[in-house]
Design a protein. Structure first.
Length: 434
């Protein structure tokens, strides 16, 4: 990994973006390339889905909707050990989601003047579970559980078919869906899945949904961008990323393992270490060389760690490290210092923050109870990770009595007149004459 020395420099957003760039991903260009596919799904439905699966993956995805028997068989064949692990994950994610349910409010602004806010679930969601380089039953859990806790009535899953399973989805993904009681599962991958959710495919029993969530590659992100407005989305998820802030008290072995754990996701994954210790950098480099050589996904890890998106950054102080983290706005931020709590208070922008040596990011990927669908590419500056809130909408209820309206009538009319909208004021005056 390359080492960047930023000691003695003023930490600014421009500096961070220049010296710690992310992988080059052009969502706009990807959107151009998938536009014909999106239109084909809109106009020809299931035919376009079959053709896309054959063209891009070389598989036959019939039947596109997974049968109940297929789901039941996958669950029956799930090993007891893995089932137990998934059940623990489900239990913990569900507990956190329930704790995060927002409360309805009612505010009294005067005698007979009330404004309430209530939270209601969206009617339907489409949850995308990627395939490709890995199998993601954990993504089934992370998407489905908060939607269920929110009270969504209709939950559908789309996941790509696999050559290794004769064009069917990975059985572990199907088993996890069955474990959660989700029966509407479709063999659709990539941007075609997002389009199918947005437009609906009546011939396979898939109705248009209100919200689409879930991680995916740049083409999935591009489809979300193109169809946002027709559907709600969580975020345009990109390659995974981790930033670790560590000082000389940290374990080089732990930090190296954490960087490698995220690098194995994708060749474009970003792994960044920020530290104020030169000696610690040397220790971590030794550990990375040793550990990465032993890991099963060595080639993928090596490419990710040596890409422009990964680096080791030397800074003058942990305060500077916190400033870098805030400007970088990483998906996963791991704090392994003697001042974790203090540092966490200085950092506003991060998808999730992992405090201390025994809270590794990989714990959050599976069993921490937090959600692993998090904003990437700096989107943590303005968006949050997936959660129960993703599937809720806030509604305001306004209830004024005649006397409460009379109390503010002149003020409403004054503002309406200033804005050149006298009919607004007339609607108030009509009631004063009632």
């Amino acid at each position: 990994m390359r080492v960047i020395d930023l000691r003695g420099q003023a930490i600014t957003r421009e500096l961070v973006e220049r010296e710690i760039p992310r992988a080059q991903i052009d969502v706009s260009k990807a959107a151009e390339s998938i536009a014909p596919l999106i239109d084909a799904v809109r106009t020809t439905g299931a035919k376009a889905l079959r053709e896309a699966a054959q063209k891009f993956d070389g598989i036959d995805i019939e039947p596109i909707k997974v049968t109940k028997a297929e789901l039941d068989l996958a669950l029956a064949n799930l090993s007891a050990e893995l089932r137990s692990a998934l059940e623990i994950s489900i239990e913990r994610v569900r507990a956190v989601a329930k704790a995060n349910l927002p409360s309805n409010t009612k505010t009294q602004l005067g005698d007979g003047a009330f404004v309430s806010q209530r939270w209601t679930a969206v009617d339907s969601v489409g949850l995308y579970v990627p395939g490709g380089k890995a199998v993601y039953p954990s993504s089934v859990v992370m998407n489905v559980v908060p939607a269920q806790v929110a009270g969504v009535k209709s939950i559908s899953i789309a996941t790509p078919g696999q050559k290794d399973f004769a064009g069917r989805p990975n059985p572990t993904v199907l088993a996890t869906a069955a474990l959660l009681g989700v029966e509407d599962v479709y063999v659709i991958g990539g941007p075609a899945a997002v389009a199918a959710f947005a437009y609906g495919i009546p011939e396979i029993g898939l109705n248009p949904v209100d919200v689409v969530t879930g991680p995916g590659n740049v083409y999935v992100a591009a489809a979300k961008r193109m169809l946002r407005g027709l559907i709600g989305i969580d975020s345009e998820a990109g390659p995974t990323e981790i930033m670790v802030i560590a000082d000389s008290s940290a374990s080089a072995k732990f930090v190296a393992a954490d960087l490698i754990s995220q690098a194995e996701h994708d060749e474009l994954a970003a792994a960044v270490l920020v530290t104020d210790s030169e000696d610690f950098i040397a220790q971590v480099q030794v550990e990375i060389a040793f550990q990465s050589a032993q890991t099963a996904n060595h080639e993928r890890v090596s490419e990710a760690l040596n890409g422009q998106q990964s680096s080791i950054v030397l800074v003058s102080s942990l305060k500077d490290a916190a400033a870098i983290a805030d400007f970088y706005a990483t998906e996963h931020l791991s704090l392994q210092t003697e001042e974790n709590n203090l540092l966490s208070e200085l950092i506003q922008n991060a998808g999730a923050i992992f405090l201390g040596p025994f809270s590794p990011v990989s714990l959050g990927d599976y069993l921490a109870g937090s959600n692993h669908v998090l904003p990437t590419g700096g989107q943590a500056r303005f968006s949050a990770g997936l959660g129960v809130h993703t599937f809720l909408q806030a509604q305001q209820l306004v209830e004024y009595s005649q006397s409460a309206l009379s109390e503010v009538a002149n003020s409403v009319i004054a503002i309406a007149d200033q804005e050149g909208l006298p009919a607004h004021g007339d609607a108030i005056k009509a009631r004063s004459q009632a």
